[in-house]
Ligand binder design. Structure first.
Ligand code: EPZ
Length: 420
């Protein structure tokens, strides 16, 4: 098993570029099976999850061509040979659920192993299934699988009980080939939703309102191939911004869309960090002012992203004052706290709130990554902790950060990946 060894590092300095977005490319790859001709997807991040999605597409009959040097993938699905997503793949990546909408739209049948819970929460899919049912699908659960079948899909008015990212994406992909118009209300407004809608509209779909709380989809009879570049990864961008602040460094992040990380910029500025935005670049300068505490409440976009909660919490362990963090999106997203406290932090959990006492000097220790973002937070903690921090279960981290070691090393971090 591989692990990371992280040493206390000097302030991070220099520039790196954000990669394509994991949470945009996965639904876009799934959506590519809606066309019978080739879809070319560019700015593909080098991630474990992308590899799993390629395997999933091949398992249903797609021909997937990866041009790594061009960061491009071509997907051709002339025929869908299999309408089932196997447990072996789903258990590796929950986002496999995103194949259900496109399969249902194209084949009127989709069967997938139930994703089950994960470290950060129970993560049910009831909203996805309610949406499919509203479009006319029969839903059957059994033996750890869920199956949706329909003679035809017909547009409907659907109100989501919670603006779920995955449910919004899946129902949107099911509705693009349905008869008539679908109106989706109280939907997720994340940039990844907009990127998926742009991809689908490029294939000939008729989607309006992506990025707002109401999306209108006029069904069409068929879709065609398209070439599309995915948006930069805003969570990767946010992670490097916090890394620069944590080490009191000065870092330029290229290929970054400031609008997509507005809440992170606002909170870092509240802490006293200097942020400047230039076209496509964000500069984080934290080598001047003292950094002070602030409070965070995670919310669906455009609120503060839950995927930045653990990284920001790590920053707040070393600032002046006490901060309160409230996690409202996932019910169990504090697994990193136990590990940070083992490194000398002082964080107490009270229901959905965490109280972070600042000005703690962290110490290197053996710690375990419990999920993707918790793992990234432990790497950041290691950059400022005395001694060496040894992080295991790093496969969680490699699911979502492209060239993590190379990029951090380029900024001056002392980190290496060792095979046990
Ligand atoms: C997406 O997950 C992201 N994953 C997550 O990023 C991110 O944390 C999350 O959105 C929220 O921003 C991808 O895009 C691949 P949700 P998703 O459906 O779609 C509840 C990362 O670190 N819910 O918006 O699964 C659910 O339990 C990952 O990159 C239902 O109750 O998130 C949760 O509490 C982690 N029923 C809340 O909604 C449903 O049918 C938000 O989930 C669906 C969701």
């Amino acid at each position: 098993m591989a692990k990371y060894l992280v040493e206390k590092s000097n302030p991070l300095r220099g520039e790196i570029a954000a990669s394509g977005s994991k949470n945009a490319v996965l639904p876009i790859m799934a959506a590519s099976i809606l066309a019978t001709d080739v879809c070319k997807i560019m700015d593909i991040p080098k991630l474990r999850d992308v590899e799993v999605m390629c395997q999933l597409l091949e398992s249903i009959g797609s021909k997937v061509t990866i041009e790594a040097e061009k960061e491009m993938i071509s997907v051709l699905t002339e025929e869908i040979k299999e309408e089932e997503a196997p447990y072996e793949l789903v258990k590796q990546m929950r986002a496999s659920i995103l194949i259900m909408g496109p399969l249902l739209a194209r084949k009127k049948k989709a069967k997938i192993a139930l994703p089950g819970g994960c470290a950060i929460g129970a993560r049910p899919i009831d909203l996805h299934l309610k949406g499919f049912h509203a479009l006319g699908a029969e839903i059957e659960l059994g033996h750890g699988y869920v199956e949706a079948t329909a003679d035809k899909l017909v547009g409907a008015n659907i109100y989501l009980d919670f603006p779920s990212v995955g449910a919004t994406e899946n129902i949107m992909m099911a509705a693009v080939l349905a008869e008539g118009t679908t109106v989706l209300e109280n939907v997720a407004e994340e940039p990844e939703i907009v990127d998926l809608a742009n991809f689908l509209n490029g294939m000939g779909a008729k989607i309006k309102g992506a990025g707002t709380d109401t999306i209108k989809i006029e069904g069409v009879s068929e879709l065609h191939g398209v070439t599309h570049a995915v948006i930069p990864d805003r969570i990767e961008t946010g992670t490097y911004m916090v890394a620069a602040a944590m080490t009191r460094g000065d870092v330029l992040i290229k290929n970054a869309i400031a609008d997509h990380v507005k809440p992170v910029i606002a909170k870092l500025r509240e802490c006293g960090v200097e942020i400047s935005e230039e076209e496509g670049n964000i500069r984080v300068k934290a080598d001047q002012n003292p950094i002070i505490a602030t409070d965070i409440k995670t919310l669906p976009y455009p609120g503060f992203p839950t995927d930045m909660q653990s990284q920001f919490m790590t920053l707040l362990t070393s600032v002046e004052g006490t901060s309160i963090i409230i996690e409202t999106v996932f019910e169990n997203r504090y697994m990193h706290i136990g590990e940070l406290n083992r490194m000398g932090a002082d964080i107490k959990i009270e229901g959905r709130s965490a109280v972070v006492v600042g000005e703690k000097l962290l110490e290197g220790a053996q710690v375990t990554a419990t999920d993707l973002r918790a793992g990234a937070a432990l790497v950041l903690a290691g950059l400022v902790a005395d001694g060496v921090t040894e992080i295991s279960e790093i496969y969680h981290i490699e699911r979502g950060y492209s060239d993590f070691i190379a990029k951090l090393t380029k900024l001056g971090a002392k980190i290496k990946r060792v095979e046990e």
